[in-house]
Design a protein around this ligand. Structure first.
Ligand code: NAP
Length: 314
C-alpha cells in the first residue's frame, strides 16, 4: 500500500515518544505527529525526581530530548502538524492535518492534557502578563516579587515551593481548608517560611492594565470579597494557577468512547472501542498520570498495535 504508515501516533509527550520507540523498534513504519514542541507537560518541569533511574539533575526537557533521540534512533519519523479531522472507522485510518494527510493501519492517541483555567474575568487577558501555568517557565520573572499560587494538589504545593526560589513570598490560595497534596509534600510546604496560606478562598477576578496589578479574592465561607493590590514599589505580582488538567480529546469526541470529563476509555491493553485505535498517557482514564505511567501506556499501545497489524494485515 502506498503512503500508509503502520502506526500514526498523535502527540509527542512521554506516552507518544515511548510508543514511537517501541513501534520503531518493532520495525513498524511509524510517524509521530505533534502540533507544538515535543514533550508535553513534562517540559515545563525543572526537576524529574520520580521517574525511575532519573536521579539528580534530570529536567523535563533533558529527559524528553533523550526520549526523542531514542525514538528517532529506532526509525520513528516526526511531523509538526495539527490534526484537524480524523476518520477512524475503516481499516486504514485517515488523519487530516493542516499541512498533510496521514494514513495509517493503527493509530495511537497520546494527545495528553492541558492545565485547567480558573475561568474568572481578567485571567485570559492577563495570561503571560502575570498569570501563568508554568513555574519553570515564568518563575524567574518574579525574583523578589510576591506570588500567589492557586490550588491545593501536588502540583500547586510543589510549584509553590519551587517559586520560593525566586519570590519573596508565596501565598497558596486554596478553595478548601485542607490540601489534597501528598502528606510528604505538605510537610515541606508547612515548614517553608516563605509560604503562606489563604484557606477557603478563590480568585474571582484578576485586574490590571497590561500587567497584573490586583486580584479579587472571595472567602467561600463568609462570601466576603477582598481586593489584593500589588505593592506600590513592585507594581505587579504573579498569579500561578495549578488546579488540575483537561484532556486534549475534543478531536475524538463522538468517535472514541470517553468518560464524562473527556478522558478516553481503554482496556488494559490501551485498546479503545475502535479496532486499531489505541490511547496512551494522560488523555485516557487512569488512576495515576505520571511520566512513568505514560511511558508504560505507550509501550503497551505500540506492542498491541503491532499484534493488531500482524493479525489484520499480514
Ligand atoms: P489535582 O490533584 O487534581 O488537584 C487540583 C487542585 O486544584 C485541588 O486541590 C482542587 O481543589 C483544586 N481545584 C480544582 N478546580 C479548581 C477550581 N476551579 N478553582 C480552584 N481550585 C480548584 O491536580 P494536580 O495537583 O495538578 O495533580 C494532577 C496529578 O498529577 C495528580 O494525580 C498528582 O498526584 C500528580 N502529580 C504528582 C506529582 C508528584 O508525584 N511529585 C507532582 C505533580 C502532580 P480540591 O482539593 O478542593 O478539589
Amino acid at each position: 500500500m502506498e503512503n500508509v504508515y503502520d502506526v500514526a501516533i498523535i502527540g509527542s509527550g512521554p506516552a507518544g515518544l515511548a510508543a514511537g520507540l517501541y513501534s520503531g523498534r518493532a520495525r513498524m513504519n511509524t510517524i509521530i505527529i505533534e502540533k507544538e514542541k515535543a514533550g508535553g507537560q513534562i517540559v515545563t518541569t525543572e526537576e524529574v525526581e520520580n521517574y525511575p533511574g532519573s536521579i539528580g539533575e534530570e529536567s523535563g526537557p533533558s529527559l524528553i530530548a533523550r526520549m526523542v533521540k531514542q525514538a528517532e534512533g529506532f526509525g520513528a519519523k516526526k511531523a509538526k502538524d495539527t490534526i484537524t479531522d480524523i476518520q477512524l472507522d475503516g481499516d486504514i485510518k485517515v488523519l487530516k492535518g493542516e499541512k498533510e494527510e496521514y494514513r495509517a493501519k493503527a493509530v495511537i492517541i497520546a494527545s495528553g492534557a492541558k492545565p485547567r483555567l480558573i475561568g474568572c474575568p481578567g485571567e485570559k487577558e492577563l495570561t503571560g502578563k502575570g498569570v501563568s501555568y508554568c513555574a519553570t517557565c515564568d518563575g524567574a520573572f518574579f525574583e523578589d516579587f510576591e506570588v500567589f499560587v492557586v490550588g491545593g494538589g501536588d502540583s500547586a504545593v510543589e510549584e509553590a515551593m519551587f517559586l520560593t526560589k525566586f519570590a519573596r513570598k508565596v501565598t497558596i490560595i486554596h478553595r478548601r481548608d485542607t490540601l489534597r497534596a501528598a502528606k510528604s509534600i505538605q510537610e515541606k510546604a508547612f515548614k517553608n517560611e516563605k509560604i503562606d496560606f489563604m484557606w477557603n478562598s478563590e480568585i474571582v477576578e484578576v485586574k490590571g492594565e497590561g500587567i497584573v496589578e490586583s486580584i479579587v479574592v472571595k472567602n467561600r465561607e463568609s462570601g466576603e470579597l477582598k481586593q489584593i493590590d500589588a505593592d506600590e514599589e513592585d507594581g505587579t505580582f504573579g498569579v500561578f494557577v495549578f488546579i488540575g488538567f483537561m484532556p486534549q480529546t475534543n478531536l475524538f469526541k463522538d468517535k472514541v468512547d470517553m468518560d464524562q470529563r473527556g478522558y478516553i476509555i481503554t482496556d488494559d491493553n490501551m485498546k479503545t472501542n475502535i479496532e486499531g485505535v489505541f490511547a496512551a498517557g494522560d488523555c485516557r482514564v487512569k488512576s495515576l498520570r505520571q511520566v512513568v505511567t505514560a511511558c508504560a501506556d505507550g509501550a503497551i499501545a505500540a506492542t498491541q498495535a503491532e499484534k493488531y497489524i500482524e493479525d489484520k494485515f499480514e
